[in-house]
Design a protein around this ligand. Structure first.
Ligand SMILES: Nc1ncnc2c1ncn2[C@@H]1O[C@H](COP(=O)(O)OP(=O)(O)O)[C@@H](O)[C@H]1O
Ligand SMILES: [Mg+2]
Length: 410
């Protein structure tokens, strides 16, 4: 992982955004942001990883975007659900907008699918159903978000695609990317100046028509993903964006699904893909129930985790090692003041259980050694000073007795 060429060269490994988020390594760059793995080390040595998204300058510098982004991100930060990546913090440093998200060790659904495909296979329907049902649960929680008076906030993700569904190594699916896309899409809706580029294949007809969208646009996108991974092809695709727009605007039905797809499953995909939104599932929760009703065997997140290990273990291991290396490099940059190497203080090891202090590679969250080592160093010095004082006192007493004895009056 090398830092992306950026017009903000100070955003490099080692830089601390707002003196808090220490950038470790870039993990992805899109058209709107660079995603970094970053860490915060607490006063007592607790180290926590974050995904820090630094918004690219062409957006950060746009006042209309800034307003929209801050509104959207504040709303997104209220979504607390196991199937949505938590937005932990929002910041701005010298005009550089950024968001700090819960760090997820895993990878996106499109990557999983690519790895499975490279083995000449496809994602088994039950695994796909578990992943998409979990995504529905996360989206439903977002759609149901209410303000303090209990009114619906009408949150819509607007950019659901396989890239924006992360699957953790524990097999939990998490929706990512709330906020930025929503802000850009809402600006487009407001200004009627065009849609997000490159996401047309997942856009609902009402998005293409620049109409006001609601939660059923996300239901549509999930229908596209279900269709895509059941059949191996997108329901609406063409070389030119304009042709996709036309298909959606003219309500062209998608090609029939392959005959081996069970009718109940095909029916879920086609219901989510009804051009008229009142014919779709009215909510992501309804879609989740319909997906779960198609399971032919109980399928849990553990089954998804096993499937991930079977199909992308090497990719996940490479990522884990890259991050462990980035953490180690950060430790080395910080020097011994931050994290003294145990090897350099061997005389302290027999005291207590410091020999079993955790290694820094236990990601994503590790308790590090500095507090304990600092404590041992201080104790060591205290013991030395006490020993010197005691020794000096004993000698002083001996000398006193000797000299007192000599000077005692007869
Ligand atoms: N919370 C996270 N934890 C770990 N990796 C993440 C996280 N968020 C994003 N990523 C990584 O960054 C990539 C792009 O993230 P995303 O939020 O979708 O940005 P973009 O705005 O470029 O689409 C993801 O595919 C994933 O690899
Ligand atoms: Mg994304």
């Amino acid at each position: 992982m090398s830092p992306p060429a950026s017009s903000q060269p100070h955003l490099a490994p080692g830089y601390r955004l707002d003196q808090r988020y220490e950038l470790l390594a870039p993990v992805a760059q899109g058209g709107m942001a660079v995603v970094w793995v970053a860490r915060v080390v607490g006063k007592l040595g607790l180290e926590k990883l974050y995904a820090v998204k630094t918004i690219l300058p062409h957006l950060s510098g746009d006042p209309a975007f800034r307003t929209m982004f801050l509104d959207e991100a504040k709303i997104a930060s209220r979504i607390r659900h196991p199937n949505v990546v938590a937005l932990e913090d929002l910041g701005e440093e010298n005009g550089q907008l950024y968001m700090a998200l819960e760090w997820v060790h895993g990878d996106a659904l499109n990557r999983l699918s690519a790895d499975v495909k490279s083995r000449g296979a496809s994602i088994p329907p039950n695994i796909l159903l578990r992943i998409l049902a979990d995504a529905c649960a996360g989206l439903h929680a977002a759609h149901e978000l209410r303000d303090d008076t209990g009114s619906l906030l009408n949150v819509v993700h607007r950019d659901i695609s396989p890239q924006n569904l992360l699957i953790t190594t524990s097999g939990v699916t998490k929706v990512i990317d709330f906020g930025i896309a929503t802000a850009v899409d809402r600006m487009a809706e407001k200004t009627k100046k065009g849609l997000l580029k490159g996401k047309l294949q997942y856009a609902a007809p009402e998005q293409v028509r620049m109409q006001k969208v609601d939660r059923r646009a996300d239901v549509w996108a999930l229908g596209v993903i279900l269709y895509e991974y059941l059949s191996g092809r997108l329901p609406f695709d063409a070389e030119r964006d304009l042709d996709i727009v036309e298909m959606l605007a003219t309500e062209t039905p998608p090609p029939a699904l392959p005959p081996h797809i069970p009718p109940n499953l095909a029916n879920v995909a086609l219901t989510a893909l009804r051009p008229r939104r009142d014919e779709r599932f009215p909510s992501a929760l309804d879609m989740q129930r319909a997906l779960e009703a198609c399971l032919t065997a109980p399928t849990t997140t553990t089954d998804v985790a096993t499937f991930l290990q079977e199909n992308m273990a090497s990719r996940l291991e490479t990522r884990r090692r890259e991050i462990a290396d980035a953490v180690r490099a950060a430790d080395e940059r910080a020097g011994s003041a931050y994290r003294p190497r145990l090897a350099s203080i061997p005389e302290l090891l027999p005291i207590g259980d410091s020999a079993s202090l955790p290694e820094s590679t236990d990601l994503p969250s590790t308790v590090t050694a500095p507090t304990r080592v600092t404590q041992l160093t201080r104790d060591h010095w205290v013991a030395m000073v006490v020993a010197i004082i005691v020794t000096a006192s004993v000698w002083a007493a001996i000398l006193f007795v000797l000299s007192g004895g000599m000077s005692r009056p007869r």
